[in-house]
Design a binder for this molecule. Structure first.
Ligand code: GAP
Length: 448
């Protein structure tokens, strides 16, 4: 990780440029809740779209799902969450701060050194009431993971799609956990978005598929530009495994807070379908017509966090560079993740330049996510585009009116070239697809 990046710098950039704001800020904020601003929502959508493309659209063996957040309360008994989804909570008898007992180095309050209470198990699920009466019979939970919606729909999906195993079912959506120690910006929050796939396979092939998914998911982050030295895979010890898991590995990222989990890949075996079959009384086995066998499928689950991924992409892209004696802050985001792909910047807000600049913007916005900006000095506008990670800027100047050429500026190398307006789309597409900025043939005829 770059030495210069800290969580404070990321938080400050996010607020300054409109990636992420504190929730309800004008009322003093709400702990661990965050709102995505205009460029943040684009970045997050791009991350989720990249995941969906890779997990659903580009595969023939998976489909998508979008389940409701509130589910039948028995789901959470069957899944083990009512019984076991809890953290050991201790409270300081002096300052009343609360801590997770399993995260403390010594049995004293990390804040004031005071004596702690005995640990008690604190369930992380948010409870609410459905309907007008607040009584136990009306209790429902906000889902703490999207996975259970997939398990309880397994039969619906198999029946309606007529798909055979192996079959992946993917879902992106909000989950809620009443975390005892949320924090580190969007790393751990009480409301967050998950990107989960349950991949149903024939028992006996599960270990192979587990290794396959661990490899695929690791590669996904690298393909989207995460630097290899900041990413590692960590296999869980047997003692660390969740109650449902036969094996689990975490993709870890070197956040400013140290190596931390980005995504988990688990072999859940037949735990979930067996449990839901037992509690619902429905047969959730699968009949393989090719081998005439009936069995409960095993499940491999790659489970990622959308917010945590966004944070990792932001941290990894963040650079401070010395340019002619001043510091340039730039987000070197992968072009497919960048909130804005091309900014159109007339040299100044001049009535002679505006018509051509607007015409170019209108044309480019049909093919690219663009931004038109003619406020402030050109230097300040470049700085803003660098800080939101815009890969390319197109500048229209007075010469453009004479020769019908414009300047393209590359975010990463700061190289600038001029080329005819007529070839802009072709050039921008090639560049966003990763072509080197000074690639010969495309730019032939362009003036440097
Ligand atoms: N269905 C399995 C499951 O939910 P998990 O390891 O508890 O597994 C998966 O969560 C991912 O969801 C994590 O790797 C993380 O990216 C994200 N996640 C979990 N809790 C989170 C929280 N409180 N805030 C932000 N992201 C969280």
């Amino acid at each position: 990780m770059s030495d210069s990046v800290t969580m404070d710098k990321i938080v400050s950039l996010c607020k300054r440029r409109g990636f992420i704001f504190q929730s309800s800020e004008i009322y003093g904020g709400l702990g661990s809740c965050w709102d995505y601003g205009p460029v943040g929502v684009e970045l997050k959508r791009n991350v989720k779209n990249a995941w969906w493309r890779s997990m659903v659209e580009s595969r023939g063996d998976s489909v998508g799902l979008d389940c409701s957040i509130m589910m039948h309360p028995t789901v959470w008994r069957a899944s083990g969450h009512v019984e076991g989804f809890s953290d050991p909570l201790v409270e300081c008898k002096v300052c009343h701060m609360r801590w997770r007992a399993d995260q403390l180095d010594k049995p004293a309050c990390p804040s004031c050194g005071g004596e702690l209470t005995e640990p008690r198990n604190f369930n992380l699920m948010f409870k609410t009431f459905m309907g007008p009466v607040e009584e136990d019979a009306a209790v429902v939970y906000l889902r703490p993971e999207t996975a259970q919606g997939i398990f309880v729909n397994f039969e619906n999906v198999v029946t309606t799609t007529r798909k055979r195993l192996p079959l992946g079912i993917a879902q992106i959506g909000k989950s809620f956990r009443n975390e005892i120690t949320p924090g580190n910006f969007t790393f751990r929050t009480r409301e967050f978005e998950q990107m989960e796939m349950e991949f149903f396979v024939k028992p006996g092939t599960d270990e192979e598929w587990y290794r396959y998914w661990a490899g695929e998911r690791f590669k996904w982050y690298l393909d989207l530009g995460i630097r290899a030295e900041n990413l590692r895979m960590r296999e869980h010890e047997k003692s660390e495994l969740a109650h449902y898991a036969k094996a689990c590995a975490d993709v870890e990222y070197l956040f400013p807070i140290g190596w931390s989990e980005l995504e988990g890949i688990a072999n859940r075996a037949d735990f979930d379908l067996t449990q839901h079959a037992k509690w619902s009384g429905k047969d959730l086995s699968y009949f393989d017509s090719q081998t005439n066998e009936r069995f409960i499928p095993y499940v491999i689950e790659p489970s990622a966090g959308a917010d945590r991924s966004v944070l990792a992409f932001l941290v990894d892209a963040y650079r401070e560079e010395d340019v002619e004696g001043t510091t340039r802050v730039v987000l070197k985001l992968h072009p497919s993740l960048a909130p804005v792909k091309v900014a159109i910047l007339p040299l100044s807000r001049n009535e002679k330049l505006t018509p051509l600049a607007k015409e170019i913007h209108e044309r480019l916005s049909r093919n690219f996510v663009t931004e038109y900006d003619d406020t402030q000095s050109i230097g300040r506008r470049y700085r803003r585009q660098d800080e939101i990670g815009t890969p390319l800027c197109v500048t229209v100047d007075f010469e453009s009116l004479e020769d019908n050429q414009v300047t393209i500026r590359d975010r990463d190398s700061l190289a600038q070239i001029r080329l005819p307006v007529a070839r802009l789309e072709e050039a921008l597409k090639a560049k966003l697809a990763g072509e080197s900025f000074d690639a010969g043939s495309l730019w032939a005829g362009a003036r440097a």
